[in-house]
Design a protein around this ligand. Sequence first.
Ligand SMILES: [Zn+2]
Ligand SMILES: [Zn+2]
Ligand SMILES: [Zn+2]
Length: 215
Amino acid sequence: EDYRRLTRALADEGREYHTYSLPSERMLRAVIQGLPDGISNDEIRSDLEQQGYNITSVFRMRSRRDRAPMPLVLVQAPQDQEDLLKLTRCCHLVVRVEAQRANANPTQCHRCQRFGHAQSRCTAAAKCVKCGEGHHSADCKKTRETPAKCANCGGEHPASYRGCLKFPKKLTKKTTANQQQHKIDHGASTQQAKFAYPPKVTAAKSFADAARPKQ
Ligand SMILES: [Zn+2]
Ligand SMILES: [Zn+2]
Ligand SMILES: [Zn+2]
């Protein structure tokens, strides 16, 4: 409840950017490759649960270009389910699994379309991702001919459009470097300190590793 109040307070100030990297929102995000579109999310979920995994959500990935379903499925699970990354079979198919980097996408609420919280935590009124009106996205009557209207900025795009001016910015290089520095200040040897500003890729990886809770 405190978290919810905090999230709302921050959202009211337009500071979604800060809430989206709160550790409590972090989940293991595994991308399973090799599951064709004919297999439903429910089938995948129950197969994984039968294999003993605790699954939070299953999401069929779509091509960013034409929205066509891809043979890729994003599975979210609690961080302690990291054995998911070693999964080799699902729904009688041979699959490969890769971790999706934490914070690759900001959390966007599927109910109110705002950033920084998940639908399960949402207490706001529903807004449509397509037309911005006060109904659930699934109930939308908008036709293809009518332009989309963003629930967050009012622009002519869906509320999930990455180019929206309300879409949270990714962590900047500067922020990443600062957090890296912060980590080193707390306990690492001075030898490592000279790597305080590693190249971008290394910094991102180290940050993701640092973000993971201790096992
Ligand atoms: Zn919401
Ligand atoms: Zn609508
Ligand atoms: Zn917008």
